[in-house]
Design a binder for this molecule. Structure first.
Ligand code: HEM
Length: 516
């Protein structure tokens, strides 16, 4: 905090009434003590528009790395400057909470790790982070392979039948199946099953996304909850999910009670490596709402994000055949027709760069939300406690000051043998998983998950935007969605191989690759 802020706090401490101090400092600041944050007047319709981070990008080009967007009595600070983002997320993170986000997500995540603040967050973060240890993430690679293989079978049928496929919903199902097994050892089998619990999960997700872009919180009106058919549907979906969670928790608890184990740092039950199993074995309270809130949080956090990454990666690849060929070449030589292993993760370098670059162009979520808990100084501007802040990761990732050819999909911008790009080595111009103490706990999990899916899919198939498909445009909930799906024509890859090998895997349709 700057000198005026410290001074102000001291004067308040000695008992001078707040109004007087505010008046005095307002007068001093208004007279050139500090510059005022540039202000853009907005209309609700701009924020309500399909992808609200697009008008925010235009405003950023006009007003700069921090500006205030005002709608009538309400205002938000929009941050697109790496050093201010670093200050809020890392250096002075204690002075910020999740603000509106916690309010919007309360109905589904309660005090789960994403919305939680203060002491609850601190305690839960310490309990949950150890569950995603190296051995766990390694075990998950097998699961990613199996789940992707199921998707391949589905695509294979579509390829045989000559039917186009809508990849966005398929990716959403793939990552739902993965996260269900990974978090609580439950097989949604959503690639074949559309009703019951799967439908309930989607009802809740859509509601969370609608609430995040709705300017008026109608769901807070007491009788609305009881009479609105939609809110009743949400309530019954939540109940169904909760019942299933309760069953899973008690099944898991039984397993834990029956096993002879010594809990240790990299504890993992081979039959059930799930995060839930780890948490119960580590002594988490089975009856607590907190445990349910955290499980729901991870279910949602790890589902739509990964699905969106895959969707936009395949969209980008369809526009850049050069990148696709280079990627397929790498995948052919590294994994051939095997399921990927942990060793392959180091070797699939270009595939990893494709995902890094896709996350730059389509960050999920495109904005991070915070609220100031005390007065602070952002860049050269003082701000007050209680400000709602949007950090536009979209703007950080595409700012013309930060990047050459910012809008170009160019995995080569990340050196193959360099470090994996992250917020630290990119000094907060690139933060696909956030930064500071609230950084994503699933970053490695998600990177491997998307690399495995990408590698296995492009190994077996070619993907093209379907003839006559509607244009692929963006809309947003929590992550960036397409407006009308990602409709693709999928064809099996046939490779110009001269001598067919007898060792070809019988389950795969592609010809065996020739080692370079
Ligand atoms: C937090 C992105 C996958 C669990 C975050 C944040 C980002 C993010 C940007 C920071 C949010 C903020 O600061 O407001 C992503 C992306 C993913 C992904 C792009 C996929 C490609 C996952 C997975 C899991 C997960 C697979 C769980 C296994 C979490 C949790 C938090 C979080 C629990 C909150 C951490 C805290 O506040 O302490 N994620 N995530 N995420 N993510 Fe992820």
């Amino acid at each position: 905090p700057g000198l005026p802020s410290i001074l102000k706090k001291s004067i308040l401490k000695v008992g001078v009434p707040k109004e007087v101090v505010e008046f005095l400092f307002g007068w001093v600041e208004g007279r050139g003590g500090y510059p005022k944050i540039p202000e853009a007047k907005g209309s609700i319709s701009a924020i309500r528009s399909e992808a609200f981070f697009i008008p925010l990008y235009e405003l950023y080009l006009t007003y700069g790395g921090i500006f205030r967007l005002t709608f009538g009595p309400k205002s938000f600070l929009i941050v697109s400057d790496p050093s201010i983002a670093k200050h809020i997320l890392r250096d002075n993170s204690k002075a910020y909470s999740k603000g509106i986000l916690a309010e919007i997500l309360d109905f589904v995540m309660g005090k789960g790790l994403i919305p939680a603040d203060g002491e609850i967050w601190r305690v839960r973060r310490r309990v949950i982070v150890p569950a995603l240890h190296q051995k766990y993430v390694t075990a998950m690679i097998g699961l990613f392979g199996q789940a992707t293989d199921r998707l391949c079978k589905k695509l294979d049928t579509a390829a045989s039948d000559g039917e186009d496929v809508e990849m966005e919903s398929l990716f959403s199902r793939l990552t739902l199946d993965v996260i269900g097994k990974a978090v609580f050892n439950y097989d949604f089998d959503s690639l074949t099953n559309d009703t019951g619990i799967v439908e309930a999960v989607y009802t809740v997700l859509r509601e969370a996304e609608d609430r995040s872009v709705s300017p008026i919180p109608v769901w807070e009106i007491p009788i609305w909850k009881d009479i609105s058919p939609r809110q009743r549907k949400v309530a019954s979906a939540l109940k169904l999910i909760n019942d299933v969670l309760n069953d899973l928790i008690s099944i898991c608890k039984k397993m834990v009670d029956e096993e002879e184990f010594q809990f240790h740092e990299e504890y993992m039950n081979e039959k059930d490596p799930s995060i839930l199993h780890f948490l119960l074995a580590s002594g988490d309270d089975v009856t607590s709402k907190q445990l349910r809130d955290d499980l729901m949080t991870m279910l949602i956090a790890g589902h739509e994000t990964s699905a969106a990454v895959l969707t936009w990666t395949f969209y980008l690849l369809s526009k850049e055949p050069r990148v696709m060929s280079k990627l397929q070449e790498e995948v052919d030589s590294v994994i051939g027709d095997r399921f990927p292993t942990i060793e392959d993760m180091k070797k699939l370098k270009y595939a990893t760069r494709v995902i890094n670059e896709s996350l730059r162009l389509y960050p999920q979520p495109p904005v991070l939300i915070r609220r100031s808990l005390e007065d602070d100084v952002l860049g050269e501007y003082p701000i007050k406690s209680g400000e709602d802040i949007f950090i536009s990761v979209w703007n950080l990732h595409r700012g013309p000051k930060q990047w050459d050819d910012a809008d170009k999909f160019e995995p080569e911008r990340w050196a193959l043998d360099g470090p994996n790009p992250n917020e630290t080595n990119q000094n907060f111009r690139y933060l696909p998983f956030g930064g500071g103490p609230r950084k994503c706990v699933g970053d490695l999990f998600a990177t491997y998950e998307t690399v495995v899916a990408l590698a296995m899919l492009v190994r077996r198939f070619n993907f093209q935007i379907a003839d006559g498909a509607p244009p692929v445009e963006m809309t947003t909930g929590a992550t960036i969605h397409t407006t009308q799906g990602l409709n693709m024509t999928v064809t099996r890859r046939t490779k110009p191989i001269v001598v067919p090998s007898l060792q070809a895997s019988p389950t795969l349709e592609v010809e065996p690759s020739v080692s370079p």
